[in-house]
Design a protein around this ligand. Structure first.
Ligand code: ZN
Length: 68
């Protein structure tokens, strides 16, 4: 289930909010009722991503095209 972490920008307290659907629901701080929140990256869905993990194209040995 999509449980997202947010930090309230009004009171500055972190909280978790369960989003039922992917539509733009209004996230409300349970502490102060503020709607100015910042979404955090959940530790459960932590991933580095594909950037930087792909193998760099190695220079082909024996195939030099006039460089150097
Ligand atoms: Zn708040």
């Amino acid at each position: 289930m999509p449980l997202f972490e947010y930090t309230c920008r009004t009171c500055g307290r972190p909280f978790e909010f369960l989003k039922i659907s992917t539509t733009s629901e209004q996230v409300i701080c349970p502490h102060c009722g503020g709607t100015e929140v910042t979404k955090l990256l959940s530790a459960g869905s932590f991933r580095v991503g594909g950037h930087g993990s792909s193998p760099a194209p190695a220079a082909p040995c024996g195939k030099r095209s006039g460089f150097s």
